[in-house]
Design a protein around this ligand. Structure first.
Ligand code: ATR
Length: 286
């Protein structure tokens, strides 16, 4: 990997998590800086929960320009910031911090990053579409927040714990048609949906054979999207392709949440193709 020359003008950026050693953000973001000529350097910082406040003091003291935030800090970081934008507030989690001359603002780019990737890679317009969401956790909330702006016909939510599907639907019912459903209605809605999105962890490494739904319910031509990117092609996506569905990979969400963060920090368009290439190379898939 080529590292741009670090000099006395280089701005520092980074990702915090616990653990963070597996993160592909440094590879992706340093590639984005190199590609666009931004004089920045991006590091991974392993921050234990008890040191989160100290880290933010460090950001202020050192003038760290931008930070990505991952598990377990996405909610806990909020009280340490000066402001959060409306989406981070509605979602209740921050994944990107922008430092503007000492004023720290938190954003959430996960949901909008996912929707941008879905539109660029699989369904150019979501208006009028029936979208079936599997799961109602934190990731699903960010996605619903971004999806309601796309004028879908309806968003159908299925979850193991039905109360959470109902609560998520209720939170956005004034912005779109949201329909929490029971497990017994899932087969019918799989047939009706234009887009099915798995936001659960079912199928994630190491339990890679697990499926969040019965693939026999899939209809050819449906877009089937999985947020999981380890493995890159989940069991659900393999089954979907075998049934004639269009698969959409979870890696895109990771790339575009980073693309938005890059754009918030630098004001320049993110080099998404190069970012993807660098992550695939780091995953050994290029
Ligand atoms: P995230 O922030 O990644 O969304 P989360 O908030 O813990 O994580 O949500 C995980 C989602 O996956 C939830 O919808 C969860 O269902 P419950 O609300 O019933 O817990 C779902 N999920 C995880 N493991 C599951 C499993 N084995 N079977 C069914 N649903 C599962």
């Amino acid at each position: 990997m080529t590292i741009a020359l670090i000099d006395s003008q280089t701005a520092l950026y980074g990702v915090i998590g616990d653990p963070v050693g597996h993160s592909k953000s440094p590879v992706m973001m340093n590639r984005a800086f190199a590609e666009t000529g931004v004089n920045g350097a991006y590091m991974a910082f392993h921050i234990a929960p008890a040191r989160l406040g100290d880290f933010i003091l460090g950001v202020r003291a050192m003038g760290v320009r931008g930070v990505n935030v991952t598990i377990p800090h996405k909610q806990e970081v909020i009280p340490f910031l000066d402001a959060i934008d409306a989406s981070a507030e509605a979602i209740g989690a921050v994944n990107t911090i922008v430092n503007r001359e000492g004023h720290l603002t938190g954003y959430n780019t996960d949901g909008i990053g996912y929707v941008r990737s879905l539109k660029e890679e699989a369904v150019p317009t979501l208006a009028g579409k029936t979208i079936l969401l599997l799961g109602a956790g934190g990731a699903a909330r960010g996605i619903v927040h971004a999806l309601v702006r796309e004028q879908p016909a309806r968003i159908v939510i299925s979850n193991r714990t039905p109360d959470k599907a109902r609560a998520l639907a209720a939170a956005y019912e004034d912005q779109a048609e949201l329909l929490p459903i029971s497990q017994s209605e899932l087969s019918r809605w799989c047939g009706e949906a234009d887009v099915i999105i798995n936001t659960t962890s079912i199928g994630m490494y190491p339990l890679v054979d697990a499926l969040p739904m019965d693939p026999d319910w899939l209809r050819p031509g449906t877009v089937v999207s999985d947020l999981i990117y380890n493995p890159l092609k989940t069991a659900l996506l393999k089954e979907a392709e075998a049934k004639g569905c269009i698969s959409h990979f979870g890696l895109g969400m990771f790339i575009y949440q980073g693309a938005y963060a890059f754009e918030y920090w630098t004001g320049k368009p993110a080099p998404a193709a190069a970012m993807r290439e660098s992550v695939l190379a780091a995953l050994g898939q290029a």
